[in-house]
Design a protein around this ligand. Structure first.
Ligand code: CA
Length: 234
């Protein structure tokens, strides 16, 4: 059953939606401000978002904008009654649909069903069209099936590790800055700490370079990282 993330700071509404959606058989995640909503969306990979626009920390519009760098999860906005400009902006930022508050639950449920169905159709289509393999030496990254193989062996990577590796390989031979990786992999400027990039680079080096005695991720001092494939000399 589909997993739905509710991002809504009005706890009463969030709770009401949660109960209704669970009653319909959906799995439900909730977040009560924009920033944790964005984090949850990026890390938990839900099938659909119900996104209030007026949120603390990060507005719904901003969540939408940043999320679209990383994901094409369907987004249904909850908007105030007469806020036409918000609706337009939200749709421009990549939201799929909106429901005006106060809404009838049946209407929202119908829109959820439509959005999920559309997305399944889109997924199937894009699997055929956009599937591609990145190769370097003995490494293969299949962006269609999300699998990484080194010397024919499957390597288990988390979503963020996978995205980091994919981005580096797409820019093979070119230096990539930490900020670029933050933007591309996390979908926004992570406030405070771009050291998180270094942490993921360390994980990747451990899982790939160290395990298979190759050198792929090179540090470019005071810039960032560069992917290039070298066999380790014995
Ligand atoms: Ca609100």
């Amino acid at each position: 059953m589909a997993r739905i993330l509710i991002v809504e700071d009005e706890k009463k509404i969030a709770r009401f939606l949660e109960l209704e959606l669970k009653h319909e058989g959906y799995e439900v995640l909730t977040a009560f401000d924009g920033r944790s909503g964005l984090d949850t969306a990026l890390n938990e990979d839900p099938d659909l978002l119900i996104l209030d626009l007026m949120l603390p920390e990060l507005s719904g519009i901003e969540v939408c904008r940043r999320l679209r760098h990383a994901s094409d999860v369907p987004i249904i906005m909850l908007t105030a009654k007469d806020d036409v400009s918000d609706k337009v902006m939200g749709l421009d930022m990549g939201a799929d649909d909106y429901v005006t508050k106060p809404f009838a639950i049946e209407e929202l449920l119908a829109r959820i069903r439509v959005a999920l169905k559309k997305n399944r159709a889109r997924d199937t289509a894009s699997n055929w069209k956009e599937e591609q393999c990145l190769r370097a030496g003995c490494i293969t990254v299949d962006t269609g099936s999300w699998q990484v193989h080194v010397r024919g062996e499957a390597v288990a990577l988390t979503r963020k590790e996978f995205d980091t590796l994919r981005y580096l390989m797409e820019h093979k031979g070119k230096a990539v800055t930490r900020d670029q990786l933050m933007n591309e992999v996390w979908g926004y400027d992570y406030i405070g700490d771009s050291n998180i990039v270094d942490v993921y680079i360390r994980y990747l080096r451990h899982k790939i370079d160290d395990q298979y005695h190759i050198k792929t991720i090179h540090t470019i001092r005071s810039v960032g990282y560069l992917f290039d494939y070298e066999e380790d000399e014995e």
